[in-house]
Design a protein around this ligand. Structure first.
Ligand SMILES: C[S@@+](CC[C@H](N)C(=O)[O-])C[C@H]1O[C@@H](n2cnc3c(N)ncnc32)[C@H](O)[C@@H]1O
Length: 387
């Protein structure tokens, strides 16, 4: 049946689910408020990214802390690949504000979940320490995981609080984890990153590329404490949204048939080693002042395409932020971003000769007016031999 309280999700409720405690009601209210953060990552995208880091997970404890196990393919991925990756532990926590918190958990139809259900489905954590191939088919599958959740080795515990990643018990779980892997709420990306940094954690998380332009995030990138992961296939990230998501989408973003939204400005952010970070970009273009004009409000040349970075220019160059997908810190140094380096045009040119709005780099058009550019990252080549 379809349930109106669960945003149209098709599922059955357990007996007694009609009993709503105050906690459950406030949870649902918050869920509605937080719908804008409900984007569920697709398994193929997780697999495509995670395959680049396999050796770094061996013997590690992984935390998925924005992940209702019923909805989260992150939990599913790590549970299924627990032995393949050689994990020591997997912990997933469920947030009270999640729109699926009120739903059935058929995968985990186990006594402890039933207890949680009776307690108005309070947020919980699941800790997996062992995955055995119980049906002896040579692979650990979800049947095995479900079985293991019935055993005492793998524990489901009701959280004291609401499962907010910033709550004391969830901070404690993050402290204990070696690697945090999740797609945190987009609206709390900066707070999430700040917490990872404060606790000095290894991580692989999804976020909007817009975050690159924020000073706190950009500073981490510049200081080599954060970089981009491999990225989504062809730059397209698809997420599932709750069934009755009543948000309006720009044309081409939401596909009614698949129920997926497509974002092109989303990427993986990590401090795990990424092989492409050690690959040298092949540079084949030569610098000429005509092809690489200088900005009006900063002393650097404009390189409008990453593939056109000149191989023989030693000064500062402004490049699109897509450069970060190709950034090798042995080849280039990041100087800063146009948002923080550019001089205000009001100090340079008369009003009316440029379109104002935020600090950006501008190029002279040659007729006394100026063209405003998209965000640029200013870089410099580290060594001439790195072509
Ligand atoms: C973008 S969704 C991603 C869900 C899941 N990680 C995935 O990738 O499929 C972010 C999730 O974070 C949860 N969330 C929102 N605020 C949170 C908070 N303060 N602490 C923990 N989780 C939160 C939301 O309920 C939502 O399920």
């Amino acid at each position: 049946m379809y349930c109106s309280t669960c945003f149209g999700t098709k599922h059955a409720h357990r007996a007694g689910a009609g009993r709503k405690s105050r906690m459950a009601t406030s949870t649902l209210t918050r869920a509605k408020k937080n719908r804008a953060d409900e984007f569920y990552t697709q398994m193929p995208d997780i697999e495509a990214e995670l395959r680049h880091y396999r050796s770094q997970f061996e013997g590690k404890s992984v935390l998925c802390n924005c992940d209702d196990p019923y909805e989260s393919n992150f939990f599913r991925y790590f549970a299924l690949n627990f032995n393949y990756l050689g994990l020591r532990k997997l912990v997933a926590t469920c947030y009270a504000g999640s729109s699926v918190m009120q739903t059935e958990l058929p995968l985990f139809d186990i006594p402890s979940v039933a207890e949680a259900d009776a307690a108005a489905r309070l947020p919980y954590k699941i800790e997996i320490s062992e995955v055995v191939d119980t049906n002896a088919d040579g692979a650990a599958d979800l049947v095995d995981v479900a079985h293991l959740l019935r055993s005492r080795k793998n524990v489901l515990t009701i959280l004291e609080g609401d499962g907010d990643f910033r709550s004391p018990e969830c901070v404690e779980l993050m402290k204990q984890a070696d690697i945090v892997v999740t797609n945190p709420p987009f609206s709390l990306f900066r707070e999430f990153m700040a917490q990872l940094m404060a606790l000095d954690k290894k991580f692989l998380i999804i976020g909007s590329k817009n975050a690159i332009t924020y000073l706190d995030i950009f500073s981490l990138i510049k200081e080599d404490k954060l970089w981009m992961g491999h990225g989504f296939p062809n730059g397209n990230a698809f997420f599932r949204v709750p069934d009755a998501y009543d948000r309006e989408w720009a044309a081409g973003v939401f596909d009614q048939t698949t129920g997926l939204v497509k974002f092109r400005n989303v990427s993986w952010f990590t401090n795990l080693d990424v092989s492409k970070r050690h690959e040298f970009l092949t540079l084949y273009r030569n610098y000429t002042p005509e092809e690489y004009p200088r900005y009006a409000n900063y002393d650097a040349i404009e390189v409008s395409k990453v593939s056109e970075i000149p191989c023989d220019y030693d000064g500062e160059m402004g490049v699109p932020i897509t450069f970060l997908d190709k950034y090798n810190p042995d080849q280039f140094e990041i100087i800063g971003s146009s948002r923080f380096l550019g001089r205000p045009m009001s100090e340079i040119a008369p009003k009316g000769t440029y379109v104002a709005g935020g600090i950006r780099f501008y190029l002279p058009k040659g007729d006394g007016t100026y063209r405003r550019l998209y965000d640029r990252i200013v870089i410099r080549r580290k060594k001439r031999s790195a072509k």
